[in-house]
Design a protein around this ligand. Structure first.
Ligand code: GZL
Length: 329
């Protein structure tokens, strides 16, 4: 009998430890039900600090978690996938309740996401998506429809040149190679401008979503392409770099060479209001509150959609003048 009781006691102890050691909270909270938010611990592996958008995204996430009284472990991968993977592994080791990250590129995540799954730690993708066949590796994707953003940029260009009879030479400043926003913004744009054969992308190269990258690539494109009519930049920062290159070449951005970008961060909106950029497609970085909502819902045993899209709009030069004073980022 004694053996039986001691076995039962050991069993209870093990169950209890498993509950703690498991670290991760199942989607519906741990065996004992949901944790109070001030006991939740979330690991976030950020891409880097490559652009004004990213800085605003980080600020939104950090302030939302502070406001919700949820402990946030935060890492900056300096745009290197291996650093994000290292950070995710360390969150697994620490037994956090949830992991969230913005995958710097679409591929190469299955191994580490399977480790999180094995540790029973739910993963929430924010901002950028992964290209994995196994969508059980993450609970949801929270972010923008980048193909739609590319389409909106393309629609403005098609309309702007609807009466053009001569070829319109377009150069494209791509985001980080392999990143979902770069792949999808290029796809949406190309599909849309294909409706007008006069619209041709004569050069396309990555500027890695940075201002310096955009400037460097634009300088080279100006040297090797005598006639450029329009720049399509996958984010404001590369567009702002292109402006510097265009002005250094003695040309007038927004007039001699038109510019269309994506993001609508403050510096981009200022250039739009000043007439140096012609059109901006918004991509909201303010994902922090929605991320907290997702985690709170899961922690209380609720479920969320597999894909949660953010609301976004577009801005002309006139609209930028009006919108600038109220912009949060
Ligand atoms: C888009 C985001 C992109 C921004 C860039 O959601 O991943 O990365 O458009 C940022 O500014 O660097």
């Amino acid at each position: 009998m004694k053996k039986l009781i001691s076995l039962a006691a050991a069993g209870v102890l093990l169950l209890g430890l498993a509950g703690c050691a498991g670290g991760g909270t199942t989607a519906g909270g741990d065996a004992a039900g949901p944790k109070a938010t001030d006991q939740l611990v979330v690991g976030f592996a950020q891409v880097g600090a490559e652009s004004g958008w990213r800085t605003a995204n980080t600020k939104s996430i950090q302030s939302a978690f502070e406001e919700a009284n949820i402990e946030l472990k935060f890492s900056d991968a300096q745009q290197k996938q291996e650093n994000q993977i290292k950070a995710i592994r360390s969150y697994i080791q620490q037994g956090v309740d949830y992991i969230s990250f913005s995958p710097v590129v679409e591929t190469g995540w299955d191994a580490v996401l399977n480790e999180a799954k094995a540790a029973n730690i739910p993963v929430i993708l924010t901002d950028r998506a992964v290209d994995s066949k196994d969508d059980s590796l993450y609970v949801t994707f929270l972010g923008s429809d980048f193909v739609e953003e590319g389409k909106k940029a393309g629609e403005w260009v098609v309309n702007e040149y609807k009466d053009a009879s001569a070829p319109v030479n377009i150069v494209q400043l791509e985001g980080t190679t392999g990143a979902a926003p770069a792949i999808d913004r290029a796809e949406g744009f190309a599909d849309t401008i294909s409706s007008n054969p006069n619209l041709t992308v004569i050069a396309s190269q990555t500027g890695d979503f940075t201002r310096a990258g955009g400037k460097q690539v634009m300088e080279a494109m100006l040297k090797s392409n005598p006639k450029i009519d329009l720049v399509y930049a996958h984010n404001d920062d590369m567009g702002l770099g292109a402006i510097e290159a265009i002005e250094a070449a003695g040309l007038v951005p927004g007039k001699d060479i038109k510019i269309v970008t994506v993001d609508a961060v403050k510096d981009g909106m200022q250039a739009l209001a000043d007439g140096k950029i012609n059109f901006i497609v918004e991509c909201s970085p303010l994902l922090g509150p929605q991320l907290v909502d997702v985690i709170t819902t899961l922690n209380e045993g609720g479920t969320v959609e597999k894909r949660i899209l953010t609301d976004e709009t577009t801005f002309t030069q006139e609209q930028a003048v009006t919108a600038l004073p109220d912009r949060q980022y």
